[in-house]
Design a protein around this ligand. Structure first.
Ligand SMILES: *[C@@H]1O[C@H](CO)[C@@H](O)[C@H](O)[C@H]1NC(C)=O
Ligand SMILES: *[C@@H]1O[C@H](CO)[C@@H](O)[C@H](O)[C@H]1NC(C)=O
Ligand SMILES: *[C@@H]1O[C@H](CO)[C@@H](O)[C@H](O)[C@H]1NC(C)=O
Ligand SMILES: *[C@@H]1O[C@H](CO)[C@@H](O)[C@H](O)[C@H]1NC(C)=O
Length: 212
């Protein structure tokens, strides 16, 4: 009886010790494949997301660049006024050929475009500007002047030699690049060369930025 019991126990232990390898069922195989596929999908969407982030960052940088350019070039938000008025404060005559006319009485110079040392306007920024000049001569004298950009004629004007005062005015719109110079000079024309003012306000040079 004891021997039989031992046999039984031995049999029991043997059966219990041996792990019989069971193949996964086809259902389990499918579930496993589904998990692998889900993992692959997650990995792929991570890759896509990373690419999207890089693209978005590129777009963001582009927009930021455009914004900086826009801020720099527009007359908005900031005080970007550029405007000046200048006059001859005394009677002046005997101008040489193409001699610059120095408007010495500066009554407005917002944005410091007008260089008071040289009597010329230097564009502080790119943009479209308007310039105007008026010259006045007394009886029996006349003068011809021109507004020039970097030495290139923009407009001409001249007074008439008459029995009384005469005055000429001209206006010009011009695109300037930062650093371009605009000034008024006596023309290369032999004239009486008398530029007349009285009370300081007859002969002027002025300008302003229309649009940056
Ligand atoms: C812009 O600045 C100028 C001085 O640089 C000032 O005279 C003018 O009043 C300012 N304009 C505005 C709208 O702030
Ligand atoms: C400069 O022009 C102003 C008017 O804008 C005038 O009051 C002043 O007397 C002028 N100065 C000179 C030196 O002519
Ligand atoms: C400028 O000349 C005119 C006439 O030629 C004269 O009436 C005026 O007083 C002069 N002005 C000055 C400041 O000398
Ligand atoms: C000004 O104009 C020049 C020439 O077109 C250009 O090279 C430059 O970038 C412009 N500057 C700005 C601030 O727009």
């Amino acid at each position: 009886m004891y021997g039989l019991y031992c046999l039984f126990v031995l049999y029991y232990l043997r059966v219990g010790a041996v792990v019989t390898p069971t193949l996964p069922s086809s259902q389990e195989q499918q579930a496993y494949a589904a998990i692998l596929k889900a993992l692959a999908d997650v990995k792929q969407s991570r890759v896509n997301l990373a690419a999207q982030v890089i693209r978005s960052r590129g777009e963001f940088d582009t927009i930021k660049g455009q914004l900086i350019y826009f801020e720099d070039s527009c007359i908005c938000g900031r005080n970007n006024t550029i405007a000046f008025n200048s006059f001859l404060s005394k009677n002046t005559s005997s101008f040489g050929i193409q001699q610059p006319i120095y408007f010495d009485n500066i009554t407005l110079n917002i944005g410091n475009g007008y260089d008071t040392r040289h009597g010329l306007f230097r564009a502080p920024r790119n943009g479209t500007y308007t310039f105007s000049t008026s010259v006045t001569t007394p009886a029996s004298s006349q003068i011809a002047v021109e507004i020039v950009k970097n030495g290139e004629q923009l407009v001409q004007l001249r007074t008439i030699n008459d029995y009384t005062w005469s005055m000429a005015t001209n206006v010009v719109n011009v695109n300037l690049i930062k650093g371009d110079d605009v000034w008024v000079r006596h023309s290369a024309i032999g004239d009486a060369n008398v530029l007349q003012i009285d009370d300081g306000l007859y002969t002027s040079f002025s300008g302003f930025l229309v649009h940056a």
